[in-house]
Design a protein around this ligand. Structure first.
Ligand SMILES: [Zn+2]
Length: 472
């Protein structure tokens, strides 16, 4: 088994950036040498320096091949945990798929992701469908992957079995999901499942848009981004979040607001957080990177729901991230073939809504960031999402005994995204052409270098993650 010694002047350990050498063995972090550059272990004779010209190990040393990596000033941090990803396999593998998504994830420094229950066929709303999805993922995971189950009208009886089968949460909608097989729920349906979720302490993940009686301005031009923006107002998000909060107060269940877009909801979120620890909120890279003012008309690449709002709103989101009101950041990677995005036609009413960005979350956020320190930024992609999915005892931090899921990146390097760089199945993404900051150099999953020197290397390192509940 290959062992590694990873050194950097800047490792994210115990909530500090410090010099350290991290010893990796059998997929685990077995030792951390703080403040020290350790390029060999006393009881071994053959540590290979990966930074010198001799890149290959001596093959005659069978048992203990130990490689030393001097990462100098690069950041070594826990691998990114992206808990909001749509992979669309099986059933819509032509939209993305495990193979392409998990390669793109690794290249972007993501070592663990959690996959959403819709966009696949069948949708993951019962155990049979979950089994089909797990089978589809077999031998295709280059990073770790867990799953959510879904709530739709009529599947209340399937929820407990899905939880026992190991999903990390139950996702529901309050408005058309975009996928006919995954219809949205009403309050009564959610009330049926909340006691089950409370029993197992499983989060209800809600797409928070719920239509109101408010009369909206008509869409005069389906190519106009402003018209699209006004068709999905902040009041819909607030309406849904109020419902989510009422469910939480009544049933004492965990509720997670996915992809918060409007800053107008921050006040009610804040009030609820004072009352309940069970409310969590995420926002996504595209809401923080792009602003409505810059989005051209007739460009469905930027279409998502809820929509990307104006700069003043998005600056308030950044502040809420800094203040800890938003718990963590995710991609909501939701790719689709260009034909469905209607890139030529540019019709925002008809085009598929969803942003392809899994590979670029880190670099987009770091490029757009003006207010977070590195110390504030790193946990939003690592320890915080690990805590949300209940894996914070083994992932999301660099600690002795934790899984060796690590991302090594250069926080100073700028790069412009080209289509050739994109490892998603489809190369169209609003990030193409954007100048981002923060290059992923190495990405290690369970002690294997899936990405080495910014190139894919040891594949199939990912594990299928199943959640274990105490009430099982
Ligand atoms: Zn989503």
């Amino acid at each position: 088994m290959t062992e590694y010694l990873l050194y950097s002047k800047r490792c994210w350990i115990d909530d500090q950036i410090i010099e350290a050498t991290i010893h990796i063995k059998d997929g685990l972090i077995v030792e951390i040498y703080k403040g020290q550059k350790i390029d060999r272990l006393s009881d071994t004779i053959d540590v290979k320096d990966k930074t010198s010209s001799s890149m290959s190990p001596a093959r005659d040393v069978e048992e203990s091949e130990i490689y030393f990596y001097d990462n100098n000033n690069l950041i070594i941090m826990p691998g990114i945990i992206d808990v909001h990803v749509h992979i669309n396999e099986p059933g819509r593998t032509d939209w993305e798929g495990f193979e392409t998504a998990t390669k793109a994830a690794a290249l972007g420094g993501v070592t663990t992701l959690v996959e959403m229950p819709l966009n696949t066929s069948p949708v993951t709303t019962n155990v049979e469908a979950f089994e089909i999805k797990k089978k589809a993922a077999r031998n295709k995971l280059h990073v770790n992957c867990g799953f959510y189950g879904g709530v739709i009208p009529g599947n209340t009886d399937a929820i407990e079995a899905l939880i026992k089968a190991g999903v990390f949460g139950i996702k529901g909608f309050l408005i058309h999901s975009g996928i006919d097989e995954f219809p949205h729920s009403n309050k009564q349906q959610l009330e049926e499942i909340c006691p089950i979720l409370a029993k197992y302490d499983v989060p209800l993940l809600l797409h928070c848009e719920l239509e109101t009686d408010e009369e909206l301005p008509p869409i005069s031009d389906p190519k106009s981004y402003q018209d699209y923006l006004h068709s999905r107002p902040p009041s819909w998000e607030i309406n849904a979040i109020e419902l989510a909060i009422s469910l939480q107060n009544k049933y004492k269940c965990k509720v997670h607001i996915v992809h918060l877009s409007t800053a107008e909801a921050l006040d009610i979120i804040h009030q609820q957080k004072l009352k309940s620890k069970g409310l969590t909120v995420e926002t996504c890279a595209h809401y923080l990177y792009f602003n409505a003012e810059q989005i051209p008309d007739a460009s469905p690449l930027y279409k998502c729901a809820p929509p990307i709002r104006d700069k003043a709103n998005n600056q308030k989101l950044w502040q809420a991230v800094k203040d800890g009101q938003i718990d963590f950041l995710a991609s909501d990677h939701s790719p689709a073939p260009p034909e469905i995005k209607l890139l030529n036609e540019g019709n925002l009413s008809k085009a598929w809504g969803g942003i392809a960005g899994l590979q670029f979350t880190l670099a987009a956020l770091w490029a757009a960031n003006e207010i977070l320190t590195l110390e504030e930024f790193i946990p939003l992609l690592t320890a915080q999402p690990a805590k949300f999915i209940g894996l914070d005892q083994s992932k999301g931090s660099i600690k002795k005994g934790y899984h060796a899921d690590l991302t090594v990146w250069d926080d100073e390097e700028y790069f412009t995204v080209t289509q050739e760089m994109v490892a998603h199945r489809h190369k169209e993404s609003p990030y193409v052409g954007e100048k981002l900051k923060g290059k992923v150099v190495h990405c290690m999953v369970d002690g294997k270098f899936v990405v080495q020197n910014a190139k894919l290397d040891q594949l199939n390192a990912g594990k299928l993650l199943l959640k274990k509940y105490e009430n099982d």
